[in-house]
Design a protein around this ligand. Structure first.
Ligand code: BMA
Length: 338
């Protein structure tokens, strides 16, 4: 079935065709991982990061854990989306009056273009883990805006346009630690300051186990004429700790709090050495996609084992077909929950 993707052409997105003999709907790039240990003098690990088309290449906001173990955000630039020049110093924010402002810690950024600016959401310290929000026009000057949510919330993901004249933000209420629960919610705002009309979008669970503990939104949703493609992480608990995999869902085009389809099985799970071994073993954590709308080619950026960054490729239409054909709706999916 032919699916139309809403968006711009991006002929230079980093891409590899599906390897011969591979039957997977999403496949890893053979150059993975694209970042390594100690990528800059101050930083130990760069992962769970967000990239966008910028200038004639790409820019990104990267989660960089420093050699003191604390997570901070760094800007980075690339001409091909594979080789990244990541700044050694963390992003220096100013507030809306132009005064310097720095978060205590900052991790798991997402970046979305809205109009002529890019907006960054991340997990910030606000008397506990909460969502931070900021904007930039050039990836040099970053302006911190009002925190959209009170603690404890993580995995804030903005939609790439207003729907019914409202900005939309996905989030995942959490606790102050390594949260052992969590569903995805949607909030709307007329101005990116006041948020409300909260809706429950998706719950953890299902007949399988890979997403039984918690789920959280991943990259910015991709708009198609079939609805919004949402990649997300699903977590299960084993005797050796949590395992993070990637799943996919299609949200209703007009009413994005309504799940139309969601993958029964995971789309990507830790299998390669750089996903199963590292600072936190067994983590695949998608945070960004690049999409060439006319061809439907999509490249997913994901953190691997809280240590390095990997990319994987898929065709949006084939991925949505796969999710639709292997879909399992849970109680509450397919309806407005408030
Ligand atoms: C989550 C976040 C992510 C991390 C994941 C696995 O709670 O801290 O940044 O990738 O745990 O450690």
């Amino acid at each position: 079935m032919s699916i139309r993707i809403v968006g711009e052409a991006l002929p230079n997105l980093p891409w590899q065709d599906r390897p011969a003999g591979c039957g997977d709907v999403i496949w890893r790039n053979t150059e993975n991982p694209i970042t390594g240990w100690n990528p800059t003098p101050q930083t130990a690990r760069v992962f769970n990061s967000a990239v966008v088309p910028f200038d004639r290449g790409f820019a990104g906001v990267f989660r960089a854990d420093h050699r003191d173990g604390k997570a901070r955000l760094h800007a980075g630039f690339s001409t091909d989306g594979l080789q990244w020049s990541i700044e050694d110093g963390e992003i220096r924010w100013i507030d809306e009056s132009g005064k310097p402002w720095q978060p205590n810690y900052a991790y798991d950024p997402r970046v979305v273009r809205l109009g002529d600016a890019w907006y960054v959401t991340w997990c910030t310290d606000f008397g506990g883990a909460a969502l931070g929000l900021g904007m930039t026009r050039d990836f040099r000057t970053f302006v911190r805006l009002e925190n959209p949510m009170v603690p404890f919330t993580r995995n804030g993901v903005l939609f790439p346009r207003k729907v019914h004249d409202r900005y939309l933000l996905l989030s995942r209420p959490s606790d102050g630690g390594h949260t052992a629960f969590g569903d995805i919610f949607l909030s709307e705002s007329p101005d990116l300051v006041h948020w409300g009309r909260h809706r429950r979008v998706m719950t953890r669970g299902g007949s399988g186990w890979w997403q039984e503990l918690k789920i959280g939104a991943g990259p910015i949703p991709v708009e198609t004429d079939e609805g919004w493609l949402l990649l997300y992480h699903g977590v299960t608990r084993t005797c050796n700790g949590y395992v993070y995999s990637m799943g996919g869902a299609v949200l209703d085009a007009e009413e994005p709090s309504v799940v139309r389809h969601r993958s029964r099985g995971y789309l990507l799970t830790p299998e390669t050495a750089y996903e199963t071994t590292g600072f936190v073993p067994n983590v695949v954590f998608p945070c960004a996609t690049l999409v060439d709308a006319p061809t439907g080619r999509m490249t997913v950026y994901y953190g691997a084992a809280d240590t390095v960054t990997g990319i994987a490729h898929a065709h949006v239409g084939a991925l949505i077909d796969h999710i639709r054909n292997d879909s399992e709706l849970l109680p509450g999916d397919g309806m407005v929950c408030r």
